[in-house]
Ligand binder design. Sequence first.
Ligand SMILES: Cc1ncc(COP(=O)(O)O)c(C=O)c1O
Length: 311
Amino acid sequence: MRPGRSLRPHVKAFKSTELARHLAGRGNHQAFCCATMREMEGMADAGLGDDLLLANETLAADRLGNLVAAGTGRITVAVDSDETVAVAVAAARRGPLAVLIDVNVGLPRCGCRPDDAGRLAVRARAAGLEVRGVMGYEGHVVGNPDRTWRIEQMSDSMSMLRVAHDAVGGDVISAGGTGTYDLHDWATEVQAGSYLLMDTAYQQLGLPFRQALFVEATIISVHGDEWAVADAGLKSFGMDHGAPTVLDRELFFSSDEHTTFGFADSPAPAVGDRVRMVPAHVDPTVAYHERMLVVSDGDVVDEWRVDLRNW
Ligand SMILES: Cc1ncc(COP(=O)(O)O)c(C=O)c1O
């Protein structure tokens, strides 16, 4: 992955300060991205708040104010409207707060129109906020397995961000994710997070990241040589990118607390056996679980709490 400041790892993908600390040491990262106020507060409380970006809009002026008042480090928030600028202005009465102008670069989600970015920057600066630059998340591009298509779409998205940045100024251009991390020769920092633990949706892109996260389930019922049932289902996996994979087995279906699978060419398992399952979408999957066990050579060597869950 990109080293140091060229990557602002997105904690939404793993929601664990222990894993963030590990990552900060390994990749020399001092700056992190968050999606929720809970993630911002948890990172700051854990001493990982040197440079935190809430890469999302918030109306929680009180909580943002508390965070800047605590003085744990540099705090930046994305804004895309007069209303979110007003929230930042209110919070900034309690301590230093910077903003990035969040620009819609093709994903129909947050972000202002590229031609409105300059106006918002003027408004924010006039109200005394530091405007560090722009952000534009091309979330409609990152997951497409066709690299050529991603390159083309990225170019369209980044042209929009460039127009916005010309109007806004500042030295931060924050964009991108796991599927586009190596296509960004123009953004100053990439906001990827899924690369760390991975999922089957991102596996299809042929990226140089191995699957690190598995849900280990227990077989609770076996039906001859036809099917077996594991005790993890819809309540253990984010399903928006598809059903989980049962390693070396043939998935039939998942329901609330169960996943039913056939045996492919392998022998039938026994009740009590364990199976490893791989999520199709890592972020919501992690958010369902309280802790991650760190396994090395088959031994559990550590336990990381998923302490940034909830809001
Ligand atoms: C604002 C924002 N930036 C970046 C990302 C990139 O994350 P990933 O590593 O999953 O591609 C996301 C993911 O949803 C996001 O919401």
